[in-house]
Ligand binder design. Structure first.
Ligand code: ATP
Ligand code: MG
Length: 349
């Protein structure tokens, strides 16, 4: 029995499709799980149903073995932080953090002690008496985090908490949030649009698309073995290609011919989709390797992405900048990749 369990959750707002469409998830105690997915894919709605701010149209939620469907939000013992950290502007930092405890009727002395502890954890002890507007965005976000943690929630829900911050502050806060998670061990669900953030922070990632869960996996597994073309294209940069398994482990690309690929033994024959990461393709020395026509060059500083075609098949290649310094649009290059780099979507390898 998992700690937090979502069973066939649905939310119908009356739109063309369900905002959340039959989502089932099992989250373990202490896990750090990230919801990743495009805008409108149902991440916030799922979080709102866990928090109790939205009622599911159907389905159930259980926490620590107990159905929480009838339990109102303030009795679920779930901490929530939203993107636009709504701190109370007229309250000091310490009073903001202590607010959930005052609501719960915790004695004054204990409130003071717990607020002091949380402010130490988010490293804002020196700001206890400050008004929120005197704080930077990152500091305000840490106050919101302390306020969501001060009542020792069973589950912490963070909905794009770093969306408003610049890159450096974001990275700093990512480290803070992970550290706090390690120190307190609270089961955490984190929502983000940012793939790198999802990859670096999570024990597991849940990929949402159109209200449904496409895949749940550890970051590297998700990256290496996407189960669906959507996940293959959404998580990291990828080439998702139509191919044919002609039998005997031979993969062909239409208009190109056979290509190097190590296929899983259970690979079905017939049409399939394969994924080939741009960075796993390199320039080949021989003249019999597949020919790639360069149609565009995008320079990222440390690496270069070549946009072009392998025969008639659109393909992206990422090369280290040093290997691409002399390339020009229109050039024809010979390319290769390790057979292991080809992933047949939907198989275990
Ligand atoms: N209160 C509401 N009333 C009607 N429709 C809603 C409501 N809230 C969300 N929706 C719809 O439900 C779908 C899922 O929205 P949701 O906010 O869960 O997406 P999201 O994955 O959090 O997106 P984003 O990344 O943009 O925050 C969307 O189509 C949205 O328009
Ligand atoms: Mg959202």
């Amino acid at each position: 029995m998992s700690y937090l369990s979502l069973q066939n959750l649905r939310k119908d707002y009356g739109g063309k499709i369900f905002a959340v469409d039959d989502v089932s998830l099992a989250i373990e105690k202490g896990e750090f799980v990230t919801f990743l997915g495009p805008s409108g894919s149902g991440k916030t709605t799922t979080l709102m149903m866990i928090a109790g701010f939205e009622q599911p149209t159907s389905g159930h939620i259980a926490l620590a073995g107990r159905a929480i469907d009838p339990v109102p939000p303030h009795k679920r013992n779930i901490g929530v932080v939203f993107q636009n950290y709504a701190l109370f502007p007229h309250m000091s930092v310490a009073r903001n953090v202590g607010f959930p405890l005052r609501m719960r009727g915790v004695p004054k002395a204990e409130i003071a002690a717990r607020v002091a502890r949380l402010l130490a954890i988010v490293e804002l002890g020196a700001f206890a008496d400050a008004e929120p507007r005197r704080l930077s965005g990152g500091q305000q976000q840490r106050v919101a985090l302390a306020r969501a943690l001060v009542f020792e929630p069973d589950v912490l829900l963070l909905d794009e908490p770093l969306g408003a911050l610049d890159k450096n502050l974001r990275e700093q806060m990512q480290i803070e949030i992970r550290r706090i998670h390690r120190e307190l061990g609270v089961t955490t669900i984190y929502v983000t649009h940012d793939q790198t953030e999802a990859m670096t922070m999570s024990d597991r990632i849940v990929v949402f698309n159109g209200g449904k869960v496409e895949q749940v996996d550890a970051p590297l597994a998700l990256y290496r073995r996407p189960n669906t073309p959507f996940v293959a294209g959404f998580v990291g940069d990828n080439n998702v290609l139509d191919a044919t398994h002609a039998g005997g482990g031979r993969i062909e690309l239409p208009g190109v011919g056979p290509i190097a690929a190590a296929l899983p033994s259970d690979c079905p024959t017939g049409p399939l989709k394969i994924a080939l990461r741009p960075e796993s393709i390199r320039l080949a020395a021989g003249s019999d390797a597949p020919a790639f026509t360069v149609q565009g060059i995008v320079n990222y500083g440390d690496s270069v992405v070549l946009v072009g075609a392998l025969g008639t098949v659109p393909l992206k290649i990422r090369l280290p900048a040093v290997a691409a310094s002399n390339l020009t649009v229109g050039q024809i290059l010979r390319i290769e990749w390790s057979p292991d780099a080809v992933h047949v979507i939907g198989t275990a390898r």
